[in-house]
Design a protein around this ligand. Structure first.
Ligand SMILES: *[C@@H]1O[C@H](CO)[C@@H](O)[C@H](O)[C@H]1NC(C)=O
Length: 298
């Protein structure tokens, strides 16, 4: 039942809460989600179409009128003792189950951080307990309750994202272009680079790069400015006094920017050129730092 979605939300809430600079993009599809024993049993016992169930389960908010999924949900909740025989949800059990998923999603994280996310999950369950779902079948009640919790987690995620401070220029670009802050933040700082065909993100990047004078009005990149800007950004967080490390990082950035200047990105818009150039630098830096001797820098 929605383990993947809940995992995904826990990750995102975690990321935006601990990382006030940028939320990382996490793709729910990358989170492994094997069926649990109970889920497999329910599919078999009820003779359901496994693919159909998986497809619906992966949706963020589930349709509430799908007969197969409703029966699946009822069966699962009965096996997990999340729902009473009279159709009412057992919210204490539900809270415990959601907490288990949270702990599993965030294993290896600091206790403090896990507590923070658990608190959010508790609040979501409490809200749904105070506003209990009604339905024409036990299955529909279970599905609506699940949707209620997921919806509340989405709201918590949005609230956390709203609190992420942006630089003045970033905020201006989002306001001037009427973009969605959450969408932009989730694209920024993806380890594998940003998507290159996302219209909003391309427009945002063009605006920001031009404001920061990294890109000329004609779309060409100012690689000297880009090098200085990236060096500044890359060394900002390094402790004072570590001159040698600062110099080495600056040197790495210079190599990456030079590489991208010699292999300039092409694109169908100024924004796409900027995004591809940014990805080039991120990817080149990541390649270079894979060398053993630079390993401690990342
Ligand atoms: C359903 O059963 C539970 C447990 O016996 C009980 O607490 C709850 O009030 C019942 N709900 C309704 C609507 O009767």
């Amino acid at each position: 039942m929605k383990r993947q979605v809940i995992f995904f939300l826990c990750y995102i809430i975690l990321q935006v809460k601990i990382d006030t600079i940028a939320a990382r993009a996490i793709d729910a599809d990358e989170i492994p989600d094997p069926l649990t024993e109970e889920e497999i049993e329910c599919i078999k016992e009820l003779g359901l179409d496994e693919e159909h169930i998986l497809e619906i389960d992966a949706k963020e908010i589930t349709p509430e009128d799908d007969d197969q999924y409703n029966r699946f949900a009822e069966c699962f909740c009965r096996k997990m003792k999340l729902q009473y025989d009279n159709g009412s949800m057992d919210y204490d059990a539900l809270r415990e189950y959601a907490q288990e998923l949270t702990t599993e999603a965030l294993k290896d994280r600091d206790d403090e951080v896990i507590l923070m996310v658990r608190q959010v999950v508790n609040e979501a369950v409490a809200y749904c307990q105070d506003n209990p779902a009604e339905g024409t079948s036990h299955g529909q009640i279970a599905v609506r309750t699940q949707n209620c919790i997921v919806q509340k987690l989405y709201e918590a995620k949005g609230g956390a994202i709203d609190k992420i401070p942006l630089t003045e220029e970033e905020q201006q670009c989002i306001d001037d272009l009427g973009l969605n802050k959450e969408h932009i933040l989730l694209e920024i700082d993806d380890e594998d680079g940003a998507p290159e065909d996302d219209d909003q993100y391309n427009r945002f990047t063009e605006c920001y790069w031009k404001k920061m004078e990294l890109q000329y009005d004609n779309g060409k990149i100012d690689y000297d400015a880009l090098r200085r800007f990236t060096q500044q950004a890359a060394t900002e967080d390094l402790k004072d006094g570590d001159e040698e490390v600062v110099l080495m990082v600056k040197q790495l950035v210079r190599r990456a920017v030079n590489y991208c200047r010699d292999n300039p990105a092409e694109g169908n818009s100024h924004g796409q050129i900027a995004v591809k150039t940014q990805n080039c630098i991120v990817q080149t830096l990541s390649e270079i730092t894979k060398d053993q001797k630079y390993h401690y820098l990342v």
